[in-house]
Design a protein around this ligand. Sequence first.
Ligand SMILES: Cc1ncc(COP(=O)(O)O)c(C=O)c1O
Length: 334
Amino acid sequence: VTGAVLDLTGRPRLWDDQLLRLWRAAMTRALADVDPSLRAPLGGDRMLREHLACELGVTTDRVVITSGVRSAAVAVVRHASRVLVERPTFLGVPSLLSAAGIQVTSAPWERIGDAEDGAAVWVTVPARNPDGKSPDAALLAVLREMIASGRTVVSNTTYQWFAPQAVPEGVVCVGTLHKLAGPGAQLGWVIDPQGGRDTDEALWFAAPPLHWQRAWGYFIGAGGLTVLRDRHADLATARTAFLAALGFEVAGAGPHVLLRVASSEEDAVAAAAAAAIRVSPGAAFAATEPAIRVCLFGLSPEAARLAASILGEILRMPSTPLDPAAADASAIPG
Ligand SMILES: Cc1ncc(COP(=O)(O)O)c(C=O)c1O
C-alpha cells in the first residue's frame, strides 16, 4: 500500500479468527473445570506441563510454569552472587535484575568464560536477540565447563521456535510464549535440571492462576501452538532473502538481524523512518558498534528483499560531517 510504514521493530501481531476461536473454546473449558479464584499447584497445572513437556522434549516433572522469561529471571539466579549477562542482549533482563538489587556485569560471548567466581551466566540460546546468532562449538564447550564446575548457566530460550539448536545438559532453560503468542500470553516455564521443591517454590509466585494455565493447556491440546508457529512459516525464507539481498552471508536464525551502520545510529534510524521503515537502534540492545536492529516477523520474502534494498543504502550512508558553517554560526553569541 502506498504510504504504508513497514514496521521492523518487532511489534506483536494480533490474533486472527482461527486463534480466537481456539482460545474461546479453551477458556470456556477451563472455566468449567476451575474457579478463577484458584492458584495453580506448585510447579503448575499438570495438563499444561504435560503438553509443554511433550512440545519441549523433556519429562513433565521438569517443566515449571511461569508467566514468562522476566517473571522467572530473579528466581533462577537467586543463588548467585552476581550475574554476567551476554552483550549484545535483550536489555529487559539485565535491567530487571539490576532493579532487583542483583549485581550485573556484561561481556560478549567470546569472553563469557571470564565470569567471576560465584557469578551466574545468562545467555540467549538459540537465535539471540538482537543478532540471530547461536553459539558455536567453542562457546558450547565453555558453557559445559562452567556447568561442570558448578556454576549456574541460564539460557533464555525465547527464540527456540526458530532454530533447532539444543542447549548443553545442565543449563537452566527459561522459556516463554511471548514471541509466538504476544506479550499478553503471560505464559512461560523453567526447566532446571538441578531444580527441586526449592526451585518450584521460588517460581510459584511467578506463575499465572490456574484457570489461565488450564486454558493454555486446552489451547495447546487443540493445536493452538501449531497454529501460532505456522504464522512464522515464512520466517527462515524471509531471513535468507533479506541477508542475500544485502549481499551478506546468510547466517543466524530467528527474526532478528543486527546491521552495522557507517553513520550514527540516530541518523540511520531517522533515514529509515524517512524511507517509511521503522527500525530499532543497536544501543537498545547494548550493541558494541553503531548498528540498527531489524525484526523480520511477518515479512514475506518479497517484502524482505524490498526492505533490504532500501536499508542497504542507509547502512552505507556516511556519518554526518560536522558542518563548518553551522559550527561558526553557533559560535556567534546571541
Ligand atoms: C531475548 C528475549 N527474552 C525475553 C523477552 C520477553 O519475554 P517475556 O515477556 O516472557 O519476559 C524478549 C522479548 O520481548 C526477548 O527478546
